[in-house]
Design a protein around this ligand. Structure first.
Ligand code: MLT
Length: 409
């Protein structure tokens, strides 16, 4: 029989959101009359913007004619989209990034997982605890996490994110090669200031580390001192790869499109000591394993950079932020300690004055209020006792869910 990748044995039996989904389905099997309001996975509910639909229609129209039909596109994305990204997400904000540093992909989750392929399995890593579970699972699959002992992986440095530090971790006390940071954070909702993030950039410069910066939730930042892009920090292009997504920003969870910035400055070393550009490695990886995002999708994403598109992004994220504020308010009233919601669609909460297991809270909310949440423990040991709720449902459902919660919890 064929040998398989042994690292899979080290993974939890199922991915967090698959397990949440399974438990909800089990509940519904027994209680088919109950209408469960989903506030677990960060999946959006509002439709695509009219300008995106128009952009996609235009693309489809072109695809339907001999003269304008498109076959395989550039693996790293069409120039029209990469140039728009450069102009609106970076240049107009005073950040110097060039189009050949932008790689359009099918969303942050894939890029975050695939990026591991360009780094040695010997690299040490640092992950926030709690963190988006894919970072852990990706590194386990790649064989980079080490041995699993006493609930922790030996080659992962866990960066404690707790209420006491505002969920902003302190710098490692040793040299780490690869550091995953996510702000606004999933799951805690914490956003980071320039001053705090500069410390990480300085650390990475000093230790020759690479930061993988997940800014999938940047469109939710509202406080002016909080960072949207790591490249707002001077010299970050010498240490950071930034991963972005149109999923939460513009309702693309089912469309699939995002992008990754790999600055040309970034270098790595082969085992023989030879230097290599990370941008060229990523290009090599993408051109080999990926045939690009569909033309129609990229036309839709391009429309996000029109005046109407940018206005819609703001309105869309305001809408979800309003939901998050409703959730935070209701949980606060019922004796929860509540975090996030300000610069983030996520609400991170635990019971004030008494620990309760995350999965028990999950089950209680499901059974008593018919609301599904994500158990915090699924994001790491510091998520124990927490739940995460998302503002991504409709406003009406959010109000309904919180009404149920207030009357039954
Ligand atoms: C989440 O709920 O954490 C996210 O939706 C997961 C994702 O973006 O893949």
């Amino acid at each position: 029989m064929i040998s398989v990748n042994d690292n899979f044995r080290l993974l939890p039996e199922s991915y967090l959101f698959s397990e949440v989904g399974r438990r909800i389905r089990e509940f519904k099997k027994v209680h088919s009359d109950k209408d469960v309001i989903r506030m677990d996975i960060g999946d959006v509910t509002r439709p695509l913007f009219p300008c995106v639909i128009e952009g996609m229609k235009e693309g489809l129209e072109e695809m339907s004619k001999d003269v304008s039909f498109k076959g395989y596109g550039p693996e790293q994305g069409y120039d029209f989209l990469r140039n728009a990204i450069v102009e609106f997400d970076y240049s107009l904000k005073g950040i110097k990034i060039s189009a050949d540093e932008i790689f359009v992909g099918d969303g942050a989750k894939s890029d975050l997982g695939n990026l591991g392929e360009i780094f040695s399995e010997k690299c040490s890593i640092a992950l926030m605890d709690p963190a988006y579970p894919a970072y852990f699972d990706d590194n386990v699959i790649d064989g980079r996490a080490g041995r699993f002992e006493n609930g922790k992986f030996s080659n992962i440095l866990y960066l404690d994110c707790l209420p006491e530090n505002g969920f902003i971790p302190t710098l490692p006390d040793r040299k780490v090669d690869l550091i995953y940071l996510c702000f606004p954070n999933n799951p805690t909702g914490a956003a980071i200031s320039k001053k705090e993030l500069k410390k990480w950039v300085d650390y990475a410069l000093e230790n020759q580390s690479i930061i993988i910066y997940d800014s999938a939730y940047e469109s939710f930042v509202r406080e002016s001192d909080k960072v949207r892009s790591i490249y707002e920090i001077e010299n970050a292009d010498q240490v950071a790869i930034e991963v972005r997504s149109f999923s939460k920003t513009a309702g693309f969870t089912g469309v699939r499109c995002g992008y990754t910035v790999v600055p040309k400055y970034l270098k790595g070393l082969y085992a023989n000591g030879e230097k290599v550009s990370l941008n060229s490695l990523w290009l090599r990886r993408q051109t080999t394993k990926f045939n690009g995002v569909s033309y129609v999708t990229q036309k839709g994403a391009f429309a996000l950079y029109s005046e109407e598109g940018r206005k819609s992004i703001k309105e869309n994220s305001d809408y979800y932020l309003r939901n998050a504020a409703v959730i935070a308010g209701s949980l606060g009233e019922k004796g929860f300690k509540v975090y996030g919601a300000k610069n983030s669609p996520y609400v991170w909460a635990c019971l004030e004055g008494g620990h309760k297991d995350s999965w028990l809270l999950f089950q209680q909310l499901l059974e008593e209020c018919n609301i599904s949440v994500t158990p915090g423990i699924g994001f790491g040991s510091h998520g124990d006792g927490y739940i995460r709720l998302t503002g991504f449902n409709s406003y009406e459902n959010t109000l309904k869910a919180m009404e149920r919660f207030r009357s039954r919890f």
